[in-house]
Design a protein around this ligand. Structure first.
Ligand SMILES: [Cu+2]
Length: 244
């Protein structure tokens, strides 16, 4: 027996989003601010045109489908055009970002843990969106196991946990100035896990931390040694950056 679902019978590809936007919303305005302070006003029709030019330019440069293209750009119209341009010619896009985020003063390193946990324990973590002058919302996502929200804060003052937030969660949405005390249990598994911001531009710039669950005291000691080495390395790197 077969059944027709409500899903489309064609694969949803990135370029179909672009085609749809051009066809159905061609005049819809796109406003972008560039780093030099200028404001650019364009629309989906022009953007689709720019993306095709970008794809052709990449092909002329000798790029072939499957080749990787990295972009170094902020969130403006040219970057948007290059997203669709790269994907349109069959390339694989990597949005490289030189301005890496830090969490607790550390940049992300996939090879080293930034926090060590002994299996079978429970921990309370304080999540704080307290970057001065920033209005960004960070949907903080934690891998491994769902947590419970024990307390919520706005600018350091405790506020009630609303009913919607009292269940088990794996994302904590934090607006500027908001914080949360959460509780997690580390029961069945050991290994490497992540906590990261789910805003795509933030996770692309590595707003994330690796944390490990280890099986025993020997594992904990080993993990802590790696963590200390990581911190030392970062300190040396930042000192070098400040000097140069
Ligand atoms: Cu974020």
């Amino acid at each position: 027996m077969g059944m027709l679902g409500a899903m489309q019978d064609w694969p949803l590809r990135i370029m179909q989003l672009m085609d749809h936007a051009e066809r159905e919303h061609g005049d819809r305005e796109i406003v972008a601010a560039r780093a030099d302070g200028t404001t650019i006003r364009t629309n989906w029709k022009n953007l689709a045109h720019d993306a095709r030019r970008m794809a052709q330019a990449l092909e002329r440069l000798g790029l072939r489908p499957g080749d990787r293209v990295a972009t170094l750009a902020m969130n403006h119209d040219r970057h948007l055009a290059s997203w669709f341009g790269v994907v349109g010619m069959g390339g694989v896009l990597h949005t490289a970002n030189p301005r890496l985020f830090r969490i607790n003063g550390q940049v992300f390193d996939a090879e080293k843990p930034s926090h060590c946990i002994l299996k079978g324990t429970t921990e309370e973590w304080l999540l704080n969106n307290n970057v001065g002058g920033s209005a960004w919302v960070h949907p903080v996502h934690i891998h491994f196991e769902e947590f419970r929200v024990l307390k919520r804060f706005v600018n350091g003052v405790e506020v009630p946990v609303p009913p919607l937030m009292s269940g088990r969660k794996d994302v904590m949405r934090l607006e500027a100035g908001q914080g949360a005390l959460i509780k997690m249990q580390f029961r069945d598994f050991v290994g490497r896990y992540l906590i990261h911001c789910h805003n795509m531009n933030h996770e692309d710039a590595f707003m994330m931390v690796r944390w490990d669950i280890v099986p025993d005291q020997a594992g904990l000691l080993n993990c802590q040694q790696q963590m200390a080495a990581h911190r030392k390395e970062l300190e040396a790197r930042f000192r070098k950056e400040e000097v140069s």
